[in-house]
Design a protein around this ligand. Structure first.
Ligand code: KIV
Ligand code: ZN
Length: 524
């Protein structure tokens, strides 16, 4: 079978909906538009852009993404009620190819929450899918918690949804409970038993609570599912969703036993992974399949020797397949702008001239402080440039810190607030606390620090630190990040970055927006 004869698997990305649902992974409006643009360019078939009824912010993001999408279908989520579905349609209708995705929990546990009998739920499914289909030709219906739903009842409601006009039927493993064989059997059972099943696309939507999301999704495809729902880096509630990069690369690398094709340009994977990690504030674990920092590193002598003799001894795919083309050759302070531009291009970044100029200035400053500037340093630097806009409301101008074994630690800071410089000093329980105290005194707020994480970008004591900070204020959750060779500077900038996001969120969303006030259980 040639590649073009192979069944096509639709890639449905839900980074901006299920992924963004992870507490603290909230993205700003601009970040969502950027990620959606990158997903579209990468060849994702369907982008689930958000849950339009959830907040004004979600609604605006979904409608703006719908207006901008070039080739991807844009989908919004709606519970099984007319109000949600109408709001969803209002947001997605601008897309060249819109989709309404409506769902209800069908398992006994989920049926008990809205207190619907089996018959009442069946009627609700019929009515809501019919309503969605009257608005939009492309309707997806999901049986939330399908893997814990009685088979007879699942067949019954899937048949009702198909008859009411659903074009895609999604079978979610909402709590990551299933295993590969069961996942395949469930799809096979539905295809065999449900009248009309051959007229629709079956989708698989797996969560990773037992670490089987990728295996379960691929098993479902083997049984006949033709849409995989996934997220970049496996971002998502609890242990996350199926990782896009894993299923796509698995079908590419093991095409001999998984003969399916996708429309994904895999060379764009690495860049997307970095951007999603950076804007969500969720670092990618070092040993994460495909996109982890160590995924293509060969540490042991035997492995290094083998790879040098024949790269295929220990590498089943090429780094370039996912867009890792650069050799990790350090740049130094004598490297010029053209070399930097070329290097960034190799790393997957094509910056506008003004952005390149800013990165170049920062690169020179970094090269003065650090003997060798590695690829990962440059990646951190670009991410920082993209995250910390020079026109933000709060900007760190100067910071000096006195710390050591004798307390109290002291910070002396100049912070620009709306373009006006303010000076202050403060003491604290450690240098980070002292620096944060300065910010808090100059810009009073009651946001609570929920997460503070520091990672070294490269080895050595002169390595840059990347810091992420998560704040919560009145139910609004924001994550800020920054990088610097000085950990205290990186921490302060990450804190300020989070506050700048919070300032934007205060104007765009209601209190409590991120601690979802709309519950999936509430189907009224
Ligand atoms: O996991 C799940 O069941 C979901 C549904 C809303 C499709 O995300
Ligand atoms: Zn989900």
């Amino acid at each position: 079978m040639t590649k073009t004869d192979q069944p096509r698997v639709i890639i449905f990305d839900t980074t901006l909906r299920d992924g963004e649902q992870s507490p603290g992974a909230t993205m700003t409006h601009e970040e969502k538009l950027e990620i959606a643009g990158l997903l579209d360019e990468m060849g994702v078939d369907v982008i689930e852009a958000g849950f339009p009824i959830a907040s004004e912010g979600d609604f605006t993001a979904v409608s703006e993404i719908a207006k901008r999408a070039k080739t991807s279908t844009i989908c919004g989520l709606a519970r099984a009620n007319f109000k949600d579905i109408d709001r969803c349609w209002e947001a997605v209708k601008y897309a060249k190819s819109p989709r309404i995705h409506t769902f209800i929990g069908t398992s006994p546990l989920h049926r008990a929450i809205p207190n619907l009998t089996m018959d009442e739920m069946a009627t609700r499914i019929h009515d809501t899918v019919t309503h969605a289909r009257n608005l939009c030709d492309n309707v997806q219906w999901s049986a939330m918690d399908a893997t814990r739903t009685e088979h007879d009842y699942l067949c019954r409601v899937v048949e009702i949804a198909i008859k009411a006009g659903a074009t895609t039927i999604n079978i979610p493993d909402t709590v990551g409970y299933t295993a590969p064989r069961e996942s395949a059997d469930l799809i096979a059972m539905l295809l065999a038993r449900v009248p009309g099943a051959d007229k629709v696309i079956f989708a698989t939507h797996c969560h990773n609570d037992l670490g089987m999301a990728t295996a379960n999704a691929l098993a479902a495809v083997d049984a006949g599912a033709r849409q995989i729902e996934c997220t970049i880096n496996g971002l998502g509630e609890r242990a996350g969703n199926t990782a896009l990069e894993e299923v796509v690369m698995a079908m590419k690398v093991r095409n001999d036993i998984m003969p399916y094709r996708t429309g994904i340009d895999t060379t764009k994977i690495m860049n997307l992974s970095r951007r999603v990690s950076s804007v969500s504030g969720f670092p990618v674990q070092f040993n994460k399949a495909i996109v982890g920092k160590n995924a293509f590193l060969h540490e042991s002598g035997i492995h290094q020797d083998g790879v040098l003799k024949n790269v295929e001894t220990f590498e089943i795919m090429k780094p370039s397949d996912i867009g890792l083309t650069a050799k990790n050759i350090a740049m130094g302070k004598h490297s010029g702008r053209a070399a930097l531009r070329a290097k960034l291009k190799e790393l997957g970044y094509e910056l506008a001239d003004n952005q390149l100029n800013d990165v170049f200035v920062r690169f020179k400053a970094l090269a003065d402080r650090k003997k060798e500037v590695y690829d990962d340093d440059l990646i951190a630097l670009v991410a920082d440039e993209q995250t910390n806009d020079a026109h933000e409301y709060l900007q760190l101008k100067k910071l000096r810190v006195i710390c050591g074994t004798e307390g109290p630690q002291e910070a002396d800071m100049v912070l620009a607030i709306d373009g006006v410089d303010h000076h202050i000093d403060a003491t604290g329980d450690g240098p980070v606390d002292a620096a944060f105290m300065c910010v808090k005194m100059l810009f009073p707020h009651h946001a609570r620090l929920e997460v503070y994480q520091v990672h070294a970008v490269t080895e050595g004591t002169d390595a840059q630190a990347t810091v992420s900070v998560r704040l919560q204020e009145d139910g609004r959750i924001v994550t800020g990040s920054s990088a610097d060779t000085d950990t205290i500077v990186a921490s302060t900038k990450a804190y300020i970055n989070a506050l700048n996001k919070l300032i934007v969120r205060r104007t765009k969303s209601a209190p409590g927006d991120d601690v979802k006030t709309v519950s999936y259980m509430d189907q009224k």
